[in-house]
Design a protein around this ligand. Structure first.
Ligand SMILES: [Mg+2]
Length: 146
């Protein structure tokens, strides 16, 4: 499925450019493709992107980021998380659910106060898209490369 660059909406709920972006995908090729799109379509410096290769790594990164910001008002650096759904060890659904619960338990933050989590997937079936929302993702983007 080809990516419609316009579907990579940064607003709403984005009103400003993201501070940091976390890209989670088990294929480094997809990570690099997303960085290229972010840079060329939105003029965002890819240097603000970190990446993880599965949900387990991403969840650990979120907790580490939180620990480094304990004394700061905003308890996360990542304003946008691009989340692949199918990954080994922990998939994007489970990871999203864990991230949502983490910020809720730690700071009582509802989904709207948390980072935007966009699913990035090759699946376009309504059932699959609804599953993304059920697990706490904000939006679903088509995979740049299949
Ligand atoms: Mg994958």
């Amino acid at each position: 499925m080809a990516l419609d660059p316009n579907s990579l909406a940064l607003s709403p709920p984005f009103e400003e450019k993201p501070h940091r972006i976390l890209i989670v995908d088990d294929q480094i090729f997809n990570i690099n493709a997303l960085k290229t799109i972010i840079q060329h379509k939105f003029g965002v410096d890819p240097g603000i992107c970190d990446h993880c290769l599965n949900g387990e790594e991403a969840y650990a990164q979120i907790k580490k980021d939180y620990a480094s910001r304990l004394k700061l008002e905003k308890c996360f650096s990542y304003t946008l998380i691009l989340m692949d759904c199918n990954m080994p060890f922990m998939d994007g659904f489970e990871c999203t659910k864990k991230i949502r619960n983490f910020y809720f338990k730690k700071r009582g933050l509802g989904v709207k106060q948390q980072p935007i989590i966009s699913a990035v997937t090759g699946h376009a079936e309504p059932k699959y898209i609804n599953k993304c929302f059920d697990y706490g993702m904000n939006q679903v983007l088509s995979k740049p490369i299949d």
